[in-house]
Design a protein around this ligand. Structure first.
Ligand SMILES: Cc1cn([C@H]2C[C@H](O)[C@@H](COP(=O)(O)OP(=O)(O)O[C@H]3O[C@H](C)C(=O)[C@H](O)[C@H]3O)O2)c(=O)[nH]c1=O
Length: 175
């Protein structure tokens, strides 16, 4: 089994651990396989890949796209380490406005699946971090939305105190 799938405390959020094949040259690993993922609760198809580079203490988020452009995301950290967060915004969910998080690093090679209907954000824990993530819907600027990274109703225990934010994310703080 090349992947291990572990449901988080919000069961639809899934932590995926790939099998890493190491040898004298370095390592190889599969990072996605439709048959394995579909058999383990990640049934959506992915249609767009993104990559971003962030400096220490950057928080990107919390972002989501409004229906019918809601995106699921499969996030992994290629360099450095991030603290990745999913917030359940599905109003009929038993875990509405609850959050789940995982530390994704270039060493642990773990991936977090965040389903459509969730907000996503992360904090950069290393000097720099590069993430790559697959999306189940294409970017739609008009559907782009977000909630405050430090929304008191959600109260995420961020490991960063005075984050570096984009103007968009900073302005979200003005409520
Ligand atoms: C997301 C996206 C952005 N853009 C353009 C729009 C802006 O001119 C520029 C930077 O976008 P933004 O500041 O929204 O980038 P992030 O703050 O990294 O946003 C992302 O961060 C959180 C963590 C996410 O999960 C989302 O994928 C996304 O919201 O790229 C595109 O052209 N295509 C895209 O798919």
């Amino acid at each position: 089994m090349p992947f291990e799938f572990k449901k988080m405390e919000i069961p639809d959020v899934i932590l995926v651990t790939p099998r890493v094949f190491e040898d004298d040259r370095g390592y190889f690993m599969e990072t996605y396989k439709a048959s394995e993922f579909k058999a383990n609760g990640i049934e959506e198809d992915f249609v767009q890949d993104n990559q971003s580079f962030s400096k220490r203490n950057v928080i990107r988020g919390l972002h989501f796209q409004k229906k019918p452009h809601a995106q699921g995301k499969l996030v992994r950290c290629l360099q450095g380490s991030i603290w990745d967060v999913a917030v359940d915004l599905r109003e009929n969910s038993a875990t509405y406005k609850k959050w789940a998080a995982a530390e994704l690093t270039s060493d642990n090679k773990q991936m977090l699946y965040i389903p459509p209907g969730f907000a996503h954000g992360f904090a950069t824990l290393s000097d720099t971090a590069i993430i790559s993530y697959k999306c189940t819907a294409e970017y739609c600027k008009d559907a782009d939305s977000g909630i405050r990274w430090n929304d008191p109703e959600i109260s995420i225990a961020w490991p960063v105190e005075e984050p570096i934010l984009s103007q968009k994310d900073f302005d979200a703080n003005k409520g």
